[in-house]
Design a protein around this ligand. Structure first.
Ligand code: KG4
Ligand code: ZN
Length: 336
């Protein structure tokens, strides 16, 4: 079975051909980061325009690299939600046209389900059920993966996502967008205990996150010291931020897995590339006896392979769409 996956929810235009759900035949990613850097974040209008310009070339290259033609495909999968609406619409419209003109089934994919699926590509032995922590620029969710296509959210962020917190703290320290990776790099030579940063207490749900207090605390710390002419050690601050975020994500995930009786824990989303999050969660899983899975670094960020993989499972479960498929900026993961 060959499935083409198309991703355009944010600032990466990506396409990939995946064989039998988990084997990557090709993966093409065209990133717009350099252009959005000038503005300190993604400019939605520019993102849509670049997707529009790039998508045909990216999809054509994905087919060429895999040495397949449209006729060889079993289905065309596309991210239809959540994300920047104008950006999503480019991928959805393109996939619809491709599916209609080739007579191939069209398969809608939820972006977060795609991130979760990146673990299937990295770990051929991984099968549901398990608990997954998805941390990206827009989301921080603890999700029960009940089957390949059934999900239940047990915890979510009440405000900022973990990646957003990394990026905003990074911006306050003067790092370019997207700052998460710069914090990670600086943290390598910093002391994680140098700054005591707040850990949120979220009333109501023990598995929900809140990162806005941490972000505000870091921004205030930087502004106050600037006013006093004190130069903060960026490596120490980065290491402290990374350590705090990693511990928050880890603690909630471990207690959710214990409370719900899971034996396997997976990590996914852009923040799964973070070295501190990877090592803290992996070590905690080892200590508490959980089997731990995380995506290969090349699959942590947005890519077409994760969409093709999840699209394959959706297709096998009979989840397809017709020409009325629309994109949605927000949509719960259990609605596809
Ligand atoms: O999943 P993703 O590529 O896009 C969304 O779906 O949001 O995630 C992007 C997020 C950004 O906030 C980025 O700074 C963060 O993932 N990120 C990192 C690292 N690499 C990417 N955060 C911390 N450390 C990293 N190494
Ligand atoms: Zn993403």
């Amino acid at each position: 079975m060959l499935v083409l996956g198309i991703e355009s929810s944010c600032d990466e235009t990506a396409a990939s051909v995946v064989k039998d759900c988990r084997t990557i035949c090709s993966s093409v990613i065209s990133t717009q980061i350099e252009e959005h850097k000038k503005y300190g974040g993604v400019v939605p209008e520019i993102a849509s325009r670049r997707h529009c310009e790039n998508i045909l070339g990216v999809v054509r290259k994905a087919l060429d690299d895999a040495a397949v033609s449209l006729a060889d495909l079993d289905a065309v999968a596309v991210t239809c939600a959540p994300g920047l609406i104008g950006a999503l619409l480019v991928g959805v419209s393109f996939a619809k046209a491709l599916a209609l003109s080739s007579g191939k089934p069209l398969v809608p994919v939820h972006h977060i389900a795609g991130h979760i699926a990146s673990n299937y590509i990295t770990h051929p032995e991984l099968e549901p059920p398990y608990l997954c922590i998805v941390a990206s620029g827009g989301h921080s969710h603890i999700i029960e993966v009940l089957s390949y296509t059934k999900f239940r959210i047990v915890g979510r962020t009440r405000d900022d996502a973990a990646g957003e917190c990394f990026d905003k703290c990074a911006r306050a320290m003067g790092f370019p967008y997207p700052g998460g990776v710069h914090v990670d790099n600086a943290a390598q030579s910093g002391d994680p205990t140098a700054f005591r940063l707040p850990r949120p207490v979220v009333a109501g749900s023990e598995f929900d996150f809140s990162f806005s207090g941490l972000k505000t605390n870091v921004i205030n710390l930087i502004h106050n010291s600037e006013q006093k002419g004190i130069v903060l050690n960026k490596n120490d601050l980065s290491a402290s931020i990374q350590h705090t975020i990693a511990e928050i994500l880890t603690e909630k995930t471990i207690s959710a897995a214990q409370a719900l009786g899971y034996e396997k824990i997976a990590l996914a989303g852009g923040v799964s590339a973070n070295s501190g999050v990877r090592s803290t969660l992996s070590e905690a899983c080892r200590r508490h006896g959980f089997e731990f899975f995380m995506p290969d670094k090349s699959l942590c960020g947005d890519n077409g392979a994760m969409i093709a993989c999840q699209g394959s499972y959706n297709f096998l479960a009979g989840i397809t769409a017709d020409e009325t498929l629309n994109a949605a900026a927000t949509l719960p993961i259990d609605s596809i």
